[in-house]
Design a protein around this ligand. Sequence first.
Ligand code: ATP
Length: 316
Amino acid sequence: LGPTVCVGEILVEIVATTVGNGFMEAQPLVGPFASGAPAIFISQCGRLGGSAAMIGAVGTDDFGRVNLERLKGDGVDISAISIDPDYPTGSAFVRYREDGSRDFVYNIATSAAARFGWSEGVSNLIDRAGHLHVMGSALSVSSACEVIDKAVDIVKTRGGTLSVDPNIRKELKLDEATERRFARLVAVADLLLPSGEELERAAGVEGETNAIRRLFEIGVKEIVLKRGADGATYYSREGERIDAPAFIVAEIDPTGAGDCFGGAYLTCRRLGMPAADALTYAAAAGARNVTVVGPMEGAGTREQLDAFIATTERRS
Ligand code: ATP
């Protein structure tokens, strides 16, 4: 079984330490933190001891080094991350509002994160990949789409597996070509990891039960629906349903919970764990990550998650 490979944006994130609206006044910030939803996902896979590799790009700047060092330290194969001599590493600034919602300032489109393509390193990695994970957010970058399309074909044709996290914000309008690409991806996904309304959007029908039924008809084998502090629910094509209650924690920074949850779930499954046990590790990874500032600062190793599970209560 070859490595789990994730393709997409690698960014640094800088977080406002004050709560308020937008960035209109000077304020204290913390960071840079290694970030980008696909990078968070693969970091969690690596920390849990899974064989993991990343495809994406950073600049030659310090922000790029923050990411490369972090991923390498987590055991992630970074040989297919390109280093762009002309463009800076992508960045995201985030500030939380009183109601918990977030304001973002992104620099992705004009950064290295949006400029990687198919290369020899990518080709070598995809030729031995056992699993590919794709995030909807990566589909807004056309160069990433080219890599994803080709990688999905190669991995699936060879009998490898695919997971998809729609990771699409409701307010984000996708163009028709991206919608079609997203639908094609869902149709060949083995595992789908949606949260909230993404489930219905992926299925193209309304209502949770209808959406689940439709997705299994399309060919998806497993669905894990993430519900934030309300936990998660697993559905299998064979009709099994498992509810995974959330752990009780004080939420400090919700960014990255879904990516850590997904990375932990997938890694545990690929290491041979039954769904129920993988869900426990996933719920622990998501919960642990919201207790610290920074999008992947709380991603846990197996020992850290075991300790967290042993000492933290779950909702009933
Ligand atoms: P994001 O896009 O911010 O990464 P998401 O919407 O994809 O997140 P969530 O449903 O927010 O995913 O979180 C994934 C999982 O992490 C949840 O199913 C839950 O198990 C855990 N989790 C998230 N937030 C909390 C919380 N406040 N308390 C406990 N567990 C949480």
